[in-house]
Design a protein around this ligand. Structure first.
Ligand SMILES: [Zn+2]
Length: 82
């Protein structure tokens, strides 16, 4: 039994866990501040912010930048006595 290329693609897309990456790193970076704020407040994520979250799962570089930013914000909050 031969499997066609189309069938392979169909199979792969049916099992893929993550949605296709809609953002590049620049676009992701632009939304970082907004994304962090929404996360900290526990807001429901808007579509662009969901794209950021999705990108972070797939891009170790941005995930690292994001963690650094979150740390910095938490430190700043501590210092302001919040
Ligand atoms: Zn990235």
């Amino acid at each position: 039994m031969a499997i066609s290329y189309d069938q392979v693609i169909e199979f792969l897309s049916s099992i893929s866990i993550v949605a296709p990456d809609q953002l590049d790193c620049g676009g992701c970076f632009e939304l970082f501040a907004e994304f962090v704020e929404a996360e900290e407040r526990g807001d429901k994520l808007t579509e662009p912010l969901k794209a950021v979250q999705n990108h972070l799962r797939q891009c170790p570089c941005c995930a690292y930048e994001y963690e650094t930013l979150v740390e910095a914000i938490r430190e700043a909050d501590k210092e302001s006595g919040a």
